[in-house]
Design a protein around this ligand. Structure first.
Ligand SMILES: Nc1ncnc2c1ncn2[C@@H]1O[C@H](COP(=O)(O)OP(=O)(O)OP(=O)(O)O)[C@@H](O)[C@H]1O
Length: 301
């Protein structure tokens, strides 16, 4: 693949959009740096699709701006962005190969190079035998694969993908992950929305969390982790209920011999551990690194 636009960046600055009284996207700002994979997460109706449509210029903004390399993003810039819309937009009655070659030609490929690129990509997703079939004959997951190929075929300058992993089996997820990594390795900005937090945690360099139309957290997974309180898990040889009465700590939960807690006062760690040792066995004591799903629950609560 060619090395183009290394280090390009998409900046979303103060983007807003209402539908009637509903502020679907409310003063949203974040950047999608080149060469990194940025995950866009948030519950149903948080505003992800609306934001992506505005980035793609498919929906008018009520405020704010989208910039490409520091200047307002133009229609010409957007033509070079691989976009996978939420509504998949394939023609059910058209054959897979014809449809993809047509899309390649629309974005300036010759019929020959479009066909070669399509066959290459179909093979990556195990669909080379299905090229002559109508899209509607494919399973939903395979239609999804065709949609991905449509967005990624033309060596795009950036990728904006709305739920690209939904409906994919684990094998197709892996193919998709490999493909996205190839594109970020070219230095292009990649933004994708997802509800699959384990996948986002595995895949993303950065993430942007949206709730009720606003950005509630943004950064690397470890930055988001360090923003929260430090939690510790203490496991004892016997019942841990007494920990609730210890001063200077905040106990989140006690489950049999294990307590999940935070230290509030200076010196509480030493006094707690001393008390624990005085009472018997300390089986385990460790800083608890929250899963992305826990951070997500906290920032969107
Ligand atoms: N064309 C529209 N007319 C009216 N309301 C809309 C329109 N498009 C979106 N909305 C509303 O805006 C809010 C944000 O929707 P959006 O589709 O952007 O959320 P989302 O984060 O993509 O959600 P999901 O994860 O469910 O796809 C929702 O309350 C939705 O109902």
């Amino acid at each position: 693949m060619t090395q183009r636009h290394h280090g390009s960046v998409i900046e979303v600055d103060g983007l807003s959009r209402s539908f009637g009284d509903l502020k679907a996207v409310d003063d949203v700002s974040f950047t999608v740096p080149g060469g990194l994979m940025t995950g866009f997460v948030g519950g149903n109706g948080a505003g992800k699709t609306t934001s992506m449509r505005m980035i793609m210029g498919l929906l008018a903004t009520h405020a704010g701006e989208v910039r490409w390399d520091g200047r307002p993003m133009t229609a010409a810039d957007r033509r070079n962005v691989g976009y996978m819309p939420e509504e998949r937009g394939l023609y059910p009655k058209q054959k897979v190969l014809d449809q993809l070659v047509y899309l390649g030609e629309l974005s300036g490929m010759t019929p020959g190079s479009a066909k070669a690129a399509v066959m290459d990509n179909l093979a990556r997703f195990g669909l080379e035998d299905r090229s002559g079939e109508k899209v509607e004959k494919l399973s939903l997951g395979n239609q999804q694969r065709v949609q991905i190929i449509a967005a990624l075929m033309t060596t795009p300058d950036a990728l904006i993908l709305d739920e690209p992993f939904s409906g994919l089996d684990p094998q197709a997820v892996d193919s998709m992950v490999d493909l996205l990594r190839e594109h970020t390795a070219r230095g292009i900005p990649v933004l994708f929305s997802s509800h699959q937090l384990e996948l986002v945690e595995r895949l993303c360099d950065r993430l942007v969390v949206l709730a009720k139309g606003r950005v509630v957290a943004a950064g690397t997974v470890s930055e988001l982790r360090s923003g929260g309180p430090e939690r510790y898990r203490l496991t004892l040889g016997g019942d841990a209920g007494w920990v609730r009465d210890h001063r200077g700590i905040h106990v989140h939960d006690v489950d049999g011999t294990t307590a999940l807690l935070e230290f509030v006062d200076a010196g509480a760690r030493t006094s707690l551990l001393r008390a624990a040792v005085d009472r018997g066995d300390v089986v385990d004591f460790a800083r608890q690194v929250p899963a992305l799903s826990e951070i997500y629950r906290e920032v969107t609560a």
